[in-house]
Design a protein. Structure first.
Lengths: 190, 321
């Protein structure tokens, strides 16, 4: 779980740790890092993890297209692969849309908003295995807040944000939330 | 929270749309190299069939297996039921085996309800057809198929033709389609309409030719001769002439109207081969869609800590169906 659901506990003392300009700069840098690491965009496929990972993946795709060439873009819903399905009532599914040419032999860059326990990424890796055989899988996140519970790390990080477990990180994107920002608040553990 | 799916009337509009949207996502699985999801790993689904069935049983089996559930198929033939074992004793056996869900088809109307409310088993009960009563997953797959061709069903005109009296498909479809905002017209000879059909949320007509041109979808029902113990119409020829769908009648349909049939078909009786094999016919799609819809139902009932159906708090204030 990366962000608190809207119905979850209300965070207090919320402060903005990244504003819109910070988010834009971070995404631009990550887009360039992806190109640098992969020596261009020819093999790259971006897969966003719903919901906000999809918006961020689209932004990265736009930036990469502006610098080099357009890259295939898709979304990967990991709901059916979660390890905490039985802790809650069954959830509605999000969209999975793969690029027309698939992911076989490509470098898949998974895109998510927040990297926390690593369980979402673990589920995404399992889902990918059922969809094809990428040449390599990389991970891009806007915020890495630490507290990993699995041996997983990101290849591209917009912002490393040291947090305590009592804190809550929310990424806002203009497509859904009206503005770009990263918010940090405290959640009462009751 | 609704643990069981016994009737199409159990589904609120939100529930029905949740099932259909979930099925839409799961339908993509059919095009993938690995047609399997790990979601119901370790869960056991029992197919308990007291009545013959090809597509429904296979469809539920495929759905459960694609979600990685363990599937136990039980059919009355060749089991202790033929030695006179009761539904109760059969149910207790299944409970002892740890069934998380029981998919039941039974010739007696109400058998799934009895199974669900008896306390004999802890798991979810899914009605896969009970007597002449209901067949909710068939209605869901029909609605799913219509939605793919027609878009949202609000205000759509659906005509259901034929043996309504013996049809669990017709009853479930009327209930579900009216929940989804469609306008259903039943067309049948008076002898093949059930008592009290006037209280159903639909129109009734005896005139097929008048209903056809206004329809967005036409669903032909199977004439269930195995349930007929009296003469409900003078002859098969007479029935086919007045209530069968042939090429000439099909010609009066709007260009975008689809033709459906829940199967198995009596070709030449309620539908001619020419119509069944025409480009308007979505009968084969209905079968394929059945797997996606049943996966959605099993996922929503069993995938989480409790059922996701009937869980939406907004339904309490909703308009009753």
């Amino acid at each position: 779980m990366t962000t608190a659901p809207p119905s979850g506990p209300q965070a207090r003392d919320v402060r903005e740790v990244l504003d819109a300009d910070d988010v834009h700069r971070a995404l631009t840098r990550v887009a360039h890092e992806i190109l640098e690491r992969n020596k261009g965009a020819s093999e790259v496929v971006l897969l966003g993890i719903p919901t906000r990972g999809v918006d961020l993946a689209r932004r990265l795709a736009d930036r990469i297209a502006a610098v080099e060439a357009p890259v295939p873009l898709g979304s990967l819903d990991i709901t059916m692969y979660r390890d905490d399905l039985r802790l809650k009532p069954a959830r509605a599914l999000e969209r999975t849309e793969l690029p027309a040419d698939g992911i076989d032999g490509r470098v898949v860059v998974l895109v998510d908003d927040v990297l926390f326990s690593g369980r979402t990424v673990r589920a995404a890796l399992d889902a990918l295995g059922d969809l094809g055989r990428p040449r390599a899988v990389q991970l891009a996140v806007l915020v890495d807040r630490g507290h990993r519970e699995l041996p997983i790390r990101a290849d591209y990080v917009g912002k490393n944000l040291p947090t305590s477990l009592r804190e809550n990180v929310r990424v806002l994107v203009s497509e859904r939330d009206g503005r770009d920002a990263v918010l940090l608040g405290t959640v009462d553990q009751t | 929270m609704r643990k069981h799916l016994l009737s199409a009337a159990d589904l609120t509009r939100d529930d029905a749309l949740l099932v259909l949207d979930t099925a839409e996502e799961l339908a993509q699985l059919a095009d993938r190299p690995v047609k399997k999801l790990p979601t119901l790993r370790g869960r056991t689904v029992v197919n308990l069939f007291f009545e013959d069935s090809t597509r429904t049983r296979i469809s539920f089996e495929a759905a459960a297996k694609r979600l990685s559930a363990d599937v136990i198929n039980f059919s009355a033939k060749g089991s202790s039921v033929s030695k006179g074992e009761s539904l109760k004793d059969t149910a207790l056996t299944l409970e002892a085996m740890g069934a998380d869900a029981v998919v039941i088809r039974h010739p007696a109307s109400g058998a799934p309800h009895t199974l669900a409310n008896s306390g004999w088993i802890q798991g979810s009960v899914v009605n896969a057809g009970d007597g002449t009563h209901e067949h909710p997953t068939q209605a869901l797959l029909d609605a799913f198929t219509m939605r793919r061709h027609l878009g949202e069903l609000d205000g759509r005109r659906i005509t259901v033709v034929g043996d309504v009296l013996h049809s669990r498909v017709a009853r479930s479809n009327v209930l579900l389609l009216s929940t989804l905002g469609a306008r259903v017209t039943l067309v049948a000879p008076p002898t093949l309409l059930p008592v009290g059909v006037g209280t159903w949320p639909c129109d009734v007509s005896y005139d097929l030719d008048a209903a056809l041109p206004k329809s967005d979808a036409v669903m032909m029902l199977r004439v269930q001769r195995e349930r007929m113990n009296a003469a409900f119409f003078p002859s098969a020829r007479e029935y086919a002439r007045r209530y069968g769908l042939d090429a000439e009648r099909m010609g009066t349909l709007d260009d975008r109207t689809i033709v459906m049939h829940p199967g198995p078909m009596n070709r030449g009786l309620e539908i001619t081969a020419q119509v069944a094999d025409s480009t308007r016919s979505v009968i084969v799609e209905q079968v394929a869609n059945g797997v996606s819809v049943r996966m959605a139902v099993l996922y929503l009932l069993l995938g989480g800590s409790e059922s996701a159906l009937g869980a939406l708090p907004s339904e309490a204030e909703g308009v009753p169906a």
